[in-house]
Design a protein around this ligand. Sequence first.
Ligand SMILES: [Fe+2]
Ligand SMILES: [Fe+2]
Length: 279
Amino acid sequence: MGVVMNVTMDVDMDVDIDATKCGGMMSVDPNLLAPIYQFLQCKTPEQWVEKARQPENLPVLLRDHLLCELKAAQSAMFLIRKYAVDPKSADTLLAWFRPYEDFAYKKMGDIHSLKGKNQVTKQITARANSPYSQDLIDKMVLLIKEELHHFYQVLEIMDIRGISYDSISASRYAKSLFQHITNHEPYTLVDKLIIGAYIEARSCERFAKLAPHLDEDLGKFYISLLRSEARHYQDYLTLAQSISKEDISQRVSYFGQIEAELIQSLDNDFKFHSGIPAQ
Ligand SMILES: [Fe+2]
Ligand SMILES: [Fe+2]
């Protein structure tokens, strides 16, 4: 098949801001969030917002957010390496991520050395024997590019605010969701895509919920992320349904229940995707 996608093309880096300032409050286009609210089985509890808006919790929130952006990009990269791309492209993808992973996990490099690293000059080529390669590649490569851009944006915000990057443990959220994945294909892939949709949708919902409680710059930044995260959620869901031969709505509501339980139950570990703060 040898279908090729050149990833050096310009992408919409979600610089368009949905926020409009009215009376000191930021408002969000309701059409953007309506499908997200419909998809998620619960809204973020006020107790989480109360904790997240406290200035002393901002460093942990931003450090976790930073890593969540990298993990979002990595998940998409692992998916297309496993299911869609040829061996050469698999190496290209690893090389694309290396400076980010070196920074995040080995403390190598800094905001200056990461500048301009978000580009792939080689082509990402679909594997010949995969029935859904091209659509997966098209959507995931765009998503990776955007998530790595978000990663850099969060790093810039931390840098301006003098918040150091310290490694931070992962919350229970994603690993608890992934524990429920079916272990045979194509259901495994479909489950992973549905989980991807939930993580993106919840992130989008939390950005919108938190934005009005943050200072203006951070609030605007969070609102600016909504459009791409909403599209990521849609892309994951569309891919899941296109790959599954069966209707996925039961599987979607199964993961929706688990997700809502994680959001609504007590959680000792305050993070971007944590449950109700235990204290
Ligand atoms: Fe993102
Ligand atoms: Fe995203």
